[in-house]
Design a binder for this molecule. Structure first.
Ligand SMILES: C[S@@+](CC[C@H](N)C(=O)[O-])C[C@H]1O[C@@H](n2cnc3c(N)ncnc32)[C@H](O)[C@@H]1O
Length: 214
């Protein structure tokens, strides 16, 4: 009899997830080849499901990279207008090109700059906020976009388990990761203790936190 391991379960689940969008298939292959970090397939499926439940009309994303997750949001939430923030100029160009290729320029706006500086300029309430940028700054990003939240806003934070590092120091490979791991631990404590939010932590992908503003 085989032993049921997390890898076996993950491989089985992945075998069930099919991607039919040709642009997304190509972008994920390119991202894997060029080591561009994009959402895992588990996180992608979760975002589609959350969009199916919440039906957001406005989405704010922090961390665009090449626009993969922004394109997923546009497809998963056909009524949504999306604003996405990215500080790397090359990524901004690539994301805009990918968005143009998909014919979605009228629905996805990429704002170039450090989110800590661009977030204060972002106005309005968002139905869904996706945090997927510098891991040591999640709390700061969250606080900067509290003005963009209202009851019903879903805040999804990606990579919160950061390869196990917030769980136990033995997973921290180098000193420089320790600060990020501690900050992420602090962020998760803040999220789970804040009475304004209902938060669930999911051990999928690299860890996802889903917080609903009550
Ligand atoms: C994990 S990637 C985002 C992946 C993207 N959400 C996707 O799944 O397609 C993180 C991105 O955040 C950007 N980033 C990191 N710190 C940032 C900051 N302070 N402001 C804006 N963007 C930032 C990085 O340049 C990188 O492209």
């Amino acid at each position: 009899m085989s032993i049921l391991t997390p890898d076996l379960i993950e491989n089985y689940i992945h075998s069930l997830y099919r991607q039919e969008d040709e642009q997304l298939i190509r972008l994920r292959e390119e991202a894997e080849r060029l080591l561009v970090p994009v959402i895992t397939r588990d996180t992608e499926r979760l975002l589609y499901t959350l969009c199916g439940i919440r039906r957001p009309k406005s989405i704010l994303e922090i961390g665009t990279a090449v626009g993969y997750s922004a394109l997923c949001f546009a497809k998963a939430a056909p009524e949504a207008q999306i604003i996405t923030l990215e500080n790397r100029e090359r990524s901004v160009h690539k994301a805009r090109a990918n968005i143009r290729e998909a014919g979605l320029e009228d629905r996805i706006r990429v704002i170039h700059g450090d989110a800590a500086e661009t977030l204060p300029e972002v106005e309005g309430i968002f139905d869904l906020i996706f945090i997927d940028a510098a891991k040591g700054q999640y709390r700061r990003f969250f606080e900067l976009c509290e003005k963009n939240m209202a009851p019903g806003t879903l805040v999804v934070s990606d990579n919160v388990l950061y390869k196990g590092m917030p769980c136990d120091d033995s997973f921290v490979p180098e000193r420089r990761h320790r600060t990020i791991a501690r900050r992420m631990d602090g962020y998760l404590t803040f999220l789970t203790e804040d009475p304004r939010f209902e938060t669930s932590l999911l051990a999928i992908g690299d860890g996802v936190a889903i917080s609903c503003y009550k």
